[in-house]
Design a protein. Structure first.
Lengths: 125, 272
């Protein structure tokens, strides 16, 4: 039954008419799905469905995290007071950045390119 | 004879297109975002919403989920760097590629910043396309228009870090109050102590009985957003009970009086 529930949830995302029917005439919209009583009622009860989705019911391959600013931390302003850097430090940083840019261009494997790109990100942000 | 170089670089072609997927599932994906995804060779996605990667797979020949790089209890900065590195490395190898990110790419989305910085060093052309942001959906959830008193918005931790001044005659929106002071991804709930510094700080600007609301915006089409009213003096206790998502909305405490009466007369005269 869970598979049919997942299919119905996914169809809501891709079929706007089905989304409307789930609200206007859920019995008809969901007639072709093999759903438990709870699953059927959740699809026409926003509060119940919200609870199910928040709690995680094995419907996602990903950890049940919500990536958004109204959810768990996705952003924090890490800007610190500017410290004075010497010309020497700036030259050294520029040189490291240039080396990683060259490494990205030179890499002949996806892994090597990504590793160099990660090192570049560590230098610039 | 070759075409002369345009003074301003056109949007297409680009090496990296960054699109926002909106807040409420695929229903808020814009036509422009869909076209970008369709025309890129590969799409990276940062969006754990149910059915989003599956839907994007109907548009893109190759979809890679970047959410797998999040690690419970770990600082998110290395995760963002890794996400950005994946996108940039793919663009160097075989452009154009797309990053599809939750909400709006320039609203609290650090990978956009990193990719843009790296692209300028690697001579890659990046284009960013707007999505429906959490701010947009918040206005709908609350049924408010920001025109009357204006709006100020702060991230909860940043508010405390910098002791940012709040104008209590202007609508105030505080993002991420449910995870204030924690830089990691943490699935377990917090205790009330986590939220007391935020409550204390806000009470410098508002009386304890001032009514506010925690808004939990829906992220799946068939669910509904929840607006939970509370008094600011109860904020810490309410946040302890709240789900780990939500935005704090604080309406204005007072109305700022008109200072420029001459301008007001001009404006009113035009109405008659």
């Amino acid at each position: 039954m869970l598979d049919d529930f997942k299919q119905a949830l996914a169809r809501v995302q891709s079929d706007y008419g089905f989304y409307i029917d789930c609200q206007a005439n859920p019995a008809m919209a969901l007639a072709g799905y093999d759903l438990s009583v709870d699953e059927r009622s959740a699809l026409s009860d926003p509060e119940k469905l919200g609870g199910l989705l928040r709690g995680g019911i094995g419907i996602s391959k990903l950890p049940s995290i919500t990536i958004k600013i109204s959810g768990t931390h996705d952003w924090v302003n890490r800007t610190r007071p500017k410290k004075t850097t010497t010309n020497m430090e700036e030259v050294e940083l520029d040189s490291q950045i240039a080396a990683e840019v060259a490494a990205i261009g030179r890499a002949d494997t996806s892994e090597g390119r990504t590793a160099a790109a990660v090192r570049l990100m560590e230098l610039i942000g | 004879m070759s075409e002369p170089e345009p003074a301003v670089q056109p949007v297409w072609p680009f090496d990296i297109g960054i699109v926002g997927t909106g807040i409420v599932g695929t229903h808020q994906l814009t036509r422009e975002a869909e076209e970008v995804i369709r025309r890129c060779k590969r799409t990276f996605v940062i969006d754990s919403g149910y059915g989003i990667p599956e839907y994007l797979a109907t548009l893109s020949p190759e979809v890679t989920e970047l959410g797998v790089f999040y690690e419970p209890g770990q600082d998110r900065l290395p995760t963002y760097r890794r996400m950005a590195a994946e996108v940039v490395a793919a663009a160097v190898a075989d452009a154009p590629v797309c990053l599809a990110t939750y909400g709006h790419p320039w609203v609290y989305c650090y990978p956009t910043t990193l990719i843009t910085r790296a692209a300028s060093l690697l001579d890659l052309h990046v284009e960013v396309f707007p999505g429906i942001s959490a701010f947009d959906t918040l206005l709908v959830d609350l049924g408010i228009d920001i025109a009357l008193s204006g709006v100020q918005m702060y991230e909860a931790t940043d508010l405390l870090l910098r002791r940012r001044p709040i104008q209590n005659d202007v609508t105030c929106i505080v993002w991420q109050p449910t995870v204030v002071g924690d830089p990691t991804y943490r699935p377990e709930p917090y205790t009330v102590d986590q939220f007391e510094p935020l409550q204390e700080y806000l009470l410098r600007f508002y009386p304890a009985e001032h009514e506010a609301a925690i808004v939990t915006t829906k992220t799946y089409p068939l669910t509904r957003s929840v607006v939970q009213r509370l008094q600011l003096g109860e904020l810490a206790a309410e946040l302890e009970q709240a789900p780990q998502v939500g935005t704090l909305y604080i309406p204005p405490l007072t109305e700022r009086p008109v200072e420029d009466t001459e301008l007001l007369e001009v404006m009113l005269a035009a109405e008659s």
